[in-house]
Design a protein around this ligand. Structure first.
Ligand code: ADP
Ligand code: MG
Length: 231
């Protein structure tokens, strides 16, 4: 692996007295995609919230390009180069598609989104529409587009393809691969194994708040991963 962009080690994290992550570590370097798999409720979203700064871990380290991000609140982690598209509540329903894309940005550089949106013409046609009128999958696509447009060196995506139409899932994979070829890194939690295998350079499987497996994609088979996900 190249020099890691993001490294996390020994993470113990949860909600109040309930510890969900018991000892989780991993890393991702420039141009790489760390895919995170695991059955429902094992702590994948808790890990993403901890990485993005919405939950403070009780123990452990998180570094971005060698510097600890633990003291930084979420908005400062974004400034430090870490974008995050959460699993739930992904867009502001009362705002238009256009407003959701530009809300937190002080420039109006149309080129941010042009390339990503060119793959999703149905979304482009609906810029003026209230985001609350989009389907769940379309809202996911909007959230994905927004995080790509932030042009962060590292992007965290929590189940980005949930509810998205198959042809758009393939296009999302293409967008991720293009970003990676220019050095971007991703951490992607996914249930869609085909999507994950089409983009991931390594896979981390979680169970009960711990890491069950963390390997380069070349060293894991689809069958082995499916076995981990069986209830
Ligand atoms: N806000 C919360 N408060 C308390 N417990 C939570 C909260 N969110 C999730 N949990 C619990 O943490 C565990 C892991 O949840 P989560 O990280 O969402 O799993 P996953 O994303 O892998 O499905 C579950 O047992 C869930 O019930
Ligand atoms: Mg989740």
């Amino acid at each position: 692996m190249s020099q890691p962009m993001l490294e996390f080690n020994g993470l113990v994290s949860g909600y109040g007295d309930t510890m969900v992550l018991r000892d989780v570590g991993g890393a991702v370097g420039p141009g790489e995609v760390l895919g995170i798999l695991g059955r429902n409720g094992v702590g994948k979203t808790t890990l993403m919230k901890t990485l993005a700064g919405f939950i403070r871990p009780q123990q452990g380290a998180i570094t971005l390009n060698g510097r600890s991000v633990l003291p930084l609140p979420p908005q400062n982690r974004l400034r430090a180069g870490m974008a995050y598209a959460p699993q739930e509540n992904v867009v502001f329903g009362d705002l238009s598609v256009h407003e959701n894309l530009w809300l937190h940005l002080d420039d109006h550089d149309e080129s941010r989104y042009a390339s990503c949106l060119s793959h999703f013409p149905r979304l482009s046609e609906r810029m003026a529409q209230r985001s609350g009128l989009l389907s769940g999958g379309e809202r996911k696509l909007l959230s994905f587009t927004r995080s790509i447009g932030l042009r962060a060196p590292l992007t965290l995506l929590d189940e980005p393809t949930e509810g998205v139409q198959p042809e758009n899932i393939e296009r999302m994979a293409g967008v991720v691969r293009t970003q990676c070829s220019s050095g971007a890194a991703f951490v992607i939690v996914e249930q869609n194994l085909a999507f994950l295998l089409s983009v991931a350079t390594s896979v981390l499987v979680m169970d009960h708040g711990q890491v069950q497996l963390d390997k380069p994609i070349s060293e894991v088979s689809r069958e082995a991963l499916e076995a981990f996900l069986m209830v």
